[in-house]
Design a protein around this ligand. Structure first.
Ligand code: ACO
Length: 223
């Protein structure tokens, strides 16, 4: 059977096969010059993008033993907006999102999880919505483990349900996952999205979730 898998020769190289960079988290083939070049380019851009130098006026909305959550609003100073744009570009790159235009750019709320190492290691972007459609079941379409599109084609109910807040992006730095950063971002969002009330999980919706996003949302919302 013909296979299109990339083959690598084990010629006793120091690093062989897939390697994960311990700083930027990129998985690449260390013995492949093209891959190494791509890693170098990504490494610098990524670490620069998530670097957080601290702002004079920052809106800290939650503090933890391993970091804090900062909220950025649309009319904040340009340095804060620029950081959000830089982080969003990295996130969208990883998620394979094309430029998604928020429906209410003036009402978008961005929550950044800042680690003690002064890095943006989590990001949640939310906007007001009026309704959402519940994901019903497993992906539709033919089974194909290589097709990303197939994995994203969740079947949704066609009955709209009232909702208040849409999460258009949630992302955690690969090397910081499964440390409850996403959970703390959503808890904080529920607390801060509408003044004076804590949103229930029925009032929030995740837009077009990835497989990771769906696993997280299912666990978080107990659905
Ligand atoms: N597989 C299975 N269960 C998971 C996963 C996973 N990949 N991620 C989270 N969970 C569940 C677990 O039950 C977990 O608790 P446990 O670790 O005690 O078992 C619980 O959710 C809470 O997880 P967190 O630690 O809070 O989640 P994390 O900080 O790792 O972030 C996220 C989850 C944001 C989905 C992360 O994996 C990520 O950034 N993935 C890549 C980007 C992405 O796909 N984002 C979602 C896009 S969809 C959207 O933006 C609307």
């Amino acid at each position: 059977k013909e296979t299109k898998d990339q083959l690598i020769i084990d010629a006793g190289q120091k690093h062989f096969g897939a390697t994960m960079c311990k700083s930027c988290g990129m998985i690449y083939t260390a013995s492949n010059p093209e891959d190494e070049m791509q890693h170098l380019q990504h490494h610098h851009r990524f670490l620069e993008g998530i670097k957080y130098t601290g702002w004079k006026k920052e809106r800290v909305v939650a503090e933890f033993w391993d970091g804090k959550i900062v909220l950025v609003l649309p009319h904040d100073p340009s340095y804060a907006i620029r950081k959000v744009e830089d982080v969003q570009e990295l996130v969208d790159n990883e998620l394979g999102f094309q430029q998604v235009v928020p429906s209410c750019p003036n009402k978008t709320k961005t929550f950044l999880f800042i680690s003690d190492e002064k890095r943006v290691v989590g990001c949640l972007i939310a906007e007001p919505i009026k309704q959402a459609f519940r994901v019903l079941s497993e992906p539709t379409g033919p089974e194909s483990p290589n097709s990303k599109e197939c994995h994203r084609a969740w079947q949704c109910s066609d009955v709209p349900e009232p909702a208040v807040c849409g999460i258009s992006r949630i992302w955690v730095f690969r090397l910081k996952r499964r440390k409850r950063i996403a959970r703390r971002l959503v808890d904080t969002l529920r607390n801060c999205f509408m003044f004076g009330c804590f949103l229930s999980t029925n009032e929030i919706a995740f837009s077009d979730p990835t497989p990771d996003g769906k696993l997280f949302a299912t666990k978080y919302c107990n659905t």
